[in-house]
Design a protein around this ligand. Structure first.
Ligand code: PLP
Length: 402
């Protein structure tokens, strides 16, 4: 059996049709789209088409609301930079404690510069408290920036409602929708979201291409200045092949959306139920919350996620512990900590993220292999004895987070 790839929140396989669409722009159509001569033409046409494909996936009102960037990290940095540059007198930002580092690190930098960063807390299920949010909205807030879906747990936040609440107070709203775009239907035209970041490689497009949606009439200051590309909103010669790839991936994501919403959910639920039925002391992160169709995060108590990953890798299963970006560090991720997941569970959390390429036999392979891996590791765990947790283990006894 071929290795089973269940790490699609880290990155996805390039759709062969996307590669096919990109190839001419890596070979014969190498002209610069800004050139007046004929070599520039194909790139210009391709750029316009990709813009309309992505605008359609996002349900944007106008194609011109799409600005292509090098990745979602750049899009998010750009959005935050624009908001604070436009309103230098406003010194507060509202975000959440569970954002991706692309948002958290920019906010930390602003904090060092004197900004007050409000990081909304989440409960044990990963849900936000909208009353806490409402209480923080005030005229000194330059921007609210909240992810639509969490990369580690798949928990979906009520972003449209939060954007409305920000707008009622005249506050700009940005959304990191990297894990939501291509998995769930979006109709930006019907929301109050002002800016939104997304990334091509999370929905079977190429790496190195992202986009920032900027609602028409939203005041904006560019981050990258220089040439007049992207209507002066993002300087730098366009990555035409990448843009074409993201456009083609957008169209395909739209076509496959019903499959994401039914087939992929069914496989995810099969995995969840199959594991829960066989593995005691396994907790589902974000249980009871709306989650993206492809994500299952489970914590196997009393063992280390890294050890589970290594043993799964030996039997051809690829997943991740915490988020791909933070694995390698031994502390539980900031998301697990924000959710107050007990120490012995947070350490054993594994994220399985599926895609439209995931097959039932692959899910069944995981259901077959993982119970044995978990029980083998538990026999080595200091917290486990004779088939059950050690009696002495109580929350007071356990180490707390560093
Ligand atoms: N935001 C979220 C929620 C993500 O999951 C990621 C990537 O994992 C990013 C932002 C960064 O995306 P990119 O790698 O395209 O910059």
């Amino acid at each position: 059996m071929k290795p089973v790839y269940l790490d699609n929140n880290a990155t996805t396989r390039l759709d062969p049709m996307v590669l096919e669409a990109m190839m001419p722009y890596l070979t014969e159509h190498y002209g610069n789209p800004s050139s007046i001569h004929d070599f520039g033409g194909p790139g210009r046409v391709a750029l316009a088409r990709a813009r309309s494909q992505l605008a359609a996936l996002l349900g944007a009102s106008y194609e011109s609301e799409i600005v292509f960037t090098s990745c979602a990290t750049e899009a998010t940095s750009t959005a935050i930079h624009s908001a604070v540059t436009l309103a230098p007198e406003k010194k507060e930002i509202i975000t959440t404690a569970v954002e991706h580092p692309a948002t958290l690190a920019v906010c930390e930098n602003l904090e060092r510069m004197g900004y007050t960063i409000h990081r909304l807390a989440v409960n044990e299920q990963g849900a936000l408290d909208l009353e806490q949010y409402r209480a923080l909205l005030n005229p000194n807030v330059a921007l609210v920036t909240v992810m639509w879906a969490n990369n580690e747990t798949g928990v979906v936040f009520p972003v449209p409602e939060m954007a409305e609440m920000a707008h009622e107070q005249g506050i700009l709203f940005h959304c990191d929708a990297v894990q939501y775009v291509g998995k769930c239907p979006i109709s930006l035209a019907n929301t109050a979201i002002d800016m939104l970041s997304c990334s091509g490689h999370k929905f079977h497009g190429p790496k190195g291409i992202g986009a920032l949606y900027i609602r028409r009439n939203t005041r904006f200051r560019p981050f990258l200045r220089g040439g007049h590309q992207e209507r002066g909103r993002r300087a730098g010669t366009e990555n035409i092949a990448g843009i074409v790839g993201m456009g083609a991936a957008s169209e395909l994501a739209d076509i496959h959306m019903p499959m994401m919403q039914s087939g992929v959910v069914a496989l995810r639920d099969r995995l969840e139920q199959g594991l829960v039925a066989q593995i005691p002391h396994a907790l589902i992160m974000g249980k009871g919350q709306p989650r993206t169709p492809n994500t299952l995060n489970m914590a196997f108590e009393f063992i280390e996620g890294e050890a589970i990953l290594l043993l799964m890798n030996q039997v051809g299963i690829a997943a991740s512990s915490g988020s791909a970006c933070t694995s390698g560090s031994l502390e539980p991720s900031h998301v697990m900590r924000a959710m107050s997941i007990p120490y012995t569970a947070a350490h054993g959390s594994i994220r399985f993220s599926l895609s439209r390429y995931t097959r039932e036999k692959e899910i069944d392979h995981v259901i077959e292999q993982l119970p044995d891996i978990v029980s083998r590791l538990r026999t080595l765990s200091p917290y486990w004895q004779e088939g059950k947790p050690q009696a002495a283990i109580t929350q007071d006894f356990l180490p707390t987070y560093g």
